[in-house]
Design a protein around this ligand. Structure first.
Ligand code: ADP
Length: 695
């Protein structure tokens, strides 16, 4: 297998080889990294058993990367995202004698799913976990399962397991019951373009609340807009000297990213057509520690979509650049080790420091940074509460579309698994300590080892205590939170499913450590530490529920999708939505409705990534909805226009449902949840009709 390329930094810090930093014509734009498109998709070296020394052929490591060599994006030394398609740790084959044991185990499973000794001893049956698709998170998962004394099925199981641990996506395996650690559609949702779109929709509604995401444009479609807006901003403020960062969609680990000073430096030719990108304002003044730029990888558990439940890990990782930071200039734009914090890139710098100490080195715990900030007198509680707020708002931006994917893969009323997912949030702290969202990873790396060069050409995978400390705790405590047996016990103990705290909790009291109520997290399990995951939603729901407008629009969309299993609305569904919500009248005829549908749908389908289905996607529906809201409630700010139209629609649908119920016909549309807002509160009661009828 080809050795992963180890790019030797050139004098200026740029990668050599494959794609030398191509200067733009005027010499301003300079590649930070650029890898050729992979014809065979991302590949990945098999992980090695811990401590197994590897001798590599020198060729791939001499500096120039051979064409077609496995890109570093798939090298094991990574801290970003596991690209889809990476093989697992070496597939564990049954060793001698193990077949017989497996058969005994399987016989035991057939007789109730648990070992006879367990049953004889009257012990609680152990939770069963299928780890056959765990891929690179296998090592950390195994340690977690050992700590929990749960039962692992590394080769899968004929009988259903309680939990399925997937390495890549919901679709890694066909599952019809239990719980799986991935949501359908999550990988698509957190791609750079999709995330930017989802956040932009929220920025349109709530610009102040969503100012934690850098101003972004989607290329190539918004290139003219990007040029115009930058020109206008420069005209209004001639002292503004921006830098932009161009990031290919679906990329990870710094792949293909470059910095530019001017829109004319965007490389429009070729790859942009096949692989869209996001161009974003570059944050020029990050917080520095030891003169180095760093970012934060925080682990977030999305435990449930409906009702929304979010947990944040109390500790994360800080990944450091390896060259002292300078604000971007034409001379240093291309210096990867100064501007990009990716672990997978910086590990190749001669300055990278491996450390077993969580407070030092190029990868540290986030808590160690907070301690240093606190020593400097920074308001660490405020930093933490801003981060919590960023995480909740980002997830609120993602949930509407996730719900569309969810109902498509797991239609209501059909048997299917429930889902949860660990997400990796990449956050940059600005000099003024404001957290900014860089990206969300659907498959954050859960590797707990890194590669070390023992002597020239000899590499060894060695345990990484910093990774192990943070990641094993995240996996173990995720499992504790989704523990099906605990849920059963809890259901029996309390009949109430009410989670929302009645008091308006102050986020500022939500420091990373003390004084936090972890909901279910207080350790009742002997021998286990208290949970490292802290519930933030619904705990702080009251402060954020007003933002969940698009969720309610999505509920309307899902109601009118009609045939289950689709993600796009047909013209008839759209017409029915207009008619049932009484949105058409003499000044907005059904012919205008059809034109609106065709116009918006065509445009979205020309830029969308999902061309499998025809029809109106959720974003297109949201655009149409905003248009209708603006038309109907002219003088209000956009979020009030949209909220008013949602109330109006929900009111008419609730009235319709009531009428149908009285007539004994039941509700016509498959999803009647549209009458409820995300709080589970019903739409305005009959008699409290929102003003106006039609548009
Ligand atoms: P990837 O998925 O390829 O890692 P990211 O969006 O995480 O892409 O960007 C890679 C790195 O580039 C980040 O870790 C961060 O150091 C830097 N970066 C990304 N966006 C910005 C930005 N808007 N301002 C400053 N630095 C950024």
């Amino acid at each position: 297998m080809a050795a992963p390329p180890r790019p030797a930094p050139s004098q200026n810090g740029c990668r050599k080889g494959r794609a030398a930093p191509a200067r733009s014509q005027d010499g301003r734009g300079c590649a930070v990294t650029s890898f050729p498109e992979r014809a065979d998709g991302p590949r990945c070296r098999h992980g090695n058993a811990r401590g197994a020394g590897l001798r590599r052929g020198g060729a791939g490591w001499s500096g120039m990367e051979p064409a077609g060599a496995t890109p570093p994006s798939c090298a094991p030394a990574r801290e970003a995202e596991e690209p889809p398609g990476c093989p697992a740790l070496p597939a564990e084959r049954p060793r001698d004698g193990q077949h017989a044991r497996n058969e005994r185990e399987q016989a035991a499973e057939r007789s109730g799913g648990h070992g006879p000794a367990e049953r004889r001893a009257g012990r609680r049956p152990r939770v069963t976990v299928d780890s056959s698709k765990a891929k690179t998170s296998l090592e950390a998962l195994k340690i977690s399962l050992r700590q929990l004394r749960w039962r692992e099925f590394p080769f899968g199981r004929r009988l259903p397991c309680d939990i399925y641990w997937h390495g890549v996506s919901f679709h890694d395996n066909y599952i019809f019951s239990g719980q799986v650690n991935k949501f359908p559609g999550m990988t698509e949702m957190v791609r750079k373009v999709t995330l930017s779109r989802a956040v932009r929709t929220m920025q349109d509604l709530f610009p102040v609340e969503y100012n934690f995401y850098p101003r972004s444009w989607i290329l190539p479609e918004e290139f003219p807009l990007f040029v115009d807006e930058v020109r206008m901003m420069k005209e209004s403020d001639p002292s503004w000297k921006p830098t932009f960062i161009v990031k290919p969609d679906g990329g990870c680990q710094g792949d293909g990213i470059y910095l530019i000073k001017d829109p004319s430096d965007v490389r429009l030719a070729g790859s942009l057509q096949s692989r869209p990108a996001v161009v974003q304002e570059y944050i020029c003044k990050p917080l520095l520690v030891d003169k180095l730029k760093f970012d934060i990888r925080l682990y977030v558990l999305l435990k449930s979509l409906e009702p929304l439940e979010i947990y944040i890990a109390k500790d994360g990782l800080s990944r450091f650049c390896t060259e002292p930071y300078q604000e971007p200039t034409l001379k240093n734009l291309h210096q990867v080790f100064m501007h990009l914090t990716n672990y997978s890139l910086n590990i190749h710098s001669g300055n990278f420091i491996h450390s077993d100490n969580v407070n030092t080195g190029s990868k540290r715990t986030f808590s160690s940074i907070l301690c240093r900030l606190s020593d400097r007198g920074a308001d660490v509680k405020k930093v933490w509460s801003d981060i919590i707020s960023l995480v909740i708002k980002t997830i609120i931006a993602l949930t509407p579309e996730l719900k569309v994917y969810y109902q498509s893969d797991i239609p209501a009323g059909k048997p299917g698994p429930t889902c949860f997912q660990i997400l990796g949030f990449d956050i940059l702290l600005m000099k003024n300590l404001k957290p900014m969202l860089l990206e969300v990873n659907a498959n954050p790396s859960m590797r707990i080892e890194h590669e070390q060069e023992l002597s020239p050409g000899v590499f060894e995978n060695v345990p990484s205590p910093v990774d192990e400390e943070v990641k094993v705790a995240v996996i173990r405590d995720t499992l504790r939170l989704v523990d099906p047996q605990k849920k059963k016990r809890k259901d029996i103990q309390s009949q109430t499913s009410e989670h929302v705290s009645e008091t308006k909790e102050d986020l500022l009291g939500a420091g990373p450590g003390g004084g936090v109520d972890y909901d279910t997290s207080k350790s009742t399990e002997p021998g286990l530490p208290s949970l490292c995951l802290k519930q933030v939603f619904p705990k702080y729901a009251k402060q954020f529920n007003y933002l969940r407008l698009v969720d309610r629009v999505a509920a309307l969309f899902i109601r009118f999708l009609g045939v289950k299993g689709t993600t796009k609305l047909g013209p008839t569904g759209f017409r029915t939505f207009i008619r049932n919500c009484k949105l058409s009248n003499s000044s907005f005829s059904m012919a205008s409705v059809d034109i609106l549908y065709i116009d918006i749908t065509r445009r979205w389908n020309s830029v969308g990534i999902d061309h499998r289905e025809s029809g109106m996607c959720l974003q297109a529906f949201v655009e149409a909805f905003f248009f209708l809201a603006q038309k109907k409630y002219k003088s209000l700010p956009l979020h009030e226009q949209v909220a008013s139209l949602i109330d109006f629609c929900e009111y008419h649908l609730a009235a319709l449902d009531e009428k149908r119920l009285l007539c004994g016909r039941g509700v016509a549309e498959p999803h009647s949840g549209a009458g409820s807002n995300p709080d589970g509160e019903s739409a305005p009661p009959v008699g409290r009709s929102p003003s106006g009828a039609g548009l």
